[in-house]
Design a protein around this ligand. Structure first.
Ligand code: GDP
Length: 197
């Protein structure tokens, strides 16, 4: 029920869950400067979240890691580093099709990045017509209180309109970043369990 007939991706496995035991592919999306690299760095477990040499632990674009969520192991492959503003449409859409789940980042200090997140959500809906593809709208940099341009309630309302979860984070303070990753795993499991049922 999830592949639309006019979809260019209907011939691949989009919308399906990964094979049992294979990693969940989680894609970070968002305007440049919103904190995707900082998220990847925290995910990779670099001692200093703002340190950019996490690439020694992982590839430049991909980082795979075993984590535990609610007492159950999960393997996540995190995809990062696509500049969604300068990539060609083709490249961008290809990247957007690689995920089982998406973290859609904006910065609460940058209204343009919030609008960009909405655009990306609309593109995602077209490229990933699967219902219940796990997506979390992430308002990052919530530590920058005085520079805030997007309120919590605006973020929450946007997520409601776009039918996705919402969380505010601070990569700088390492606040709620793992909650976002864990939330994605929980959503993927809910999907898996409802398909097995
Ligand atoms: P990317 O372009 O999406 O990968 O963004 P980066 O991760 O490179 O972050 C852009 C800038 O914002 C860097 O200078 C980061 O140190 C900074 N940054 C990222 N997340 C936060 C945060 O939560 N709070 C603050 N204050 N700065 C952040």
């Amino acid at each position: 029920s999830w592949s639309s007939s006019d979809s260019v991706i209907s011939s691949d496995s989009s919308g399906d869950l990964p094979e049992p035991g294979s990693p969940y592919r989680v894609v970070l999306l968002g305007a440049s400067g919103v904190g995707k690299t900082a998220f990847t760095s925290i995910f990779a477990g670099a001692a200093d979240s703002m340190d950019s040499d996490y690439s020694e632990l992982c590839g430049d674009e991909v980082c795979e890691k075993d984590i535990e969520v609610d007492g159950e192991p999960a393997t996540l492959t995190l995809f990062d580093t696509w500049d969604t503003e300068t990539d060609s449409d083709w490249a961008q859409e290809r990247h957007m099709q690689t995920g089982d789940a998406y973290l859609l980042l904006y910065s609460v200090t940058d209204r343009a990045s919030f609008l960009r997140a909405s655009e990306l959500r609309i593109t995602l809906r077209r490229l990933r017509p699967a219902q219940h593809t796990p997506i979390i709208l992430v308002g990052n940099k919530c530590d920058l209180v005085r520079r805030r341009e997007v309120s919590v309630s605006e973020g929450r309302a946007c997520a409601a309109v776009f039918d996705c979860k919402f969380i505010e984070t601070s990569a700088a303070m390492q606040h709620n970043v793992w909650e976002a990753f864990n939330g994605i795993v929980r959503q993927l499991r809910l999907r898996r369990d409802s398909k097995e049922a």
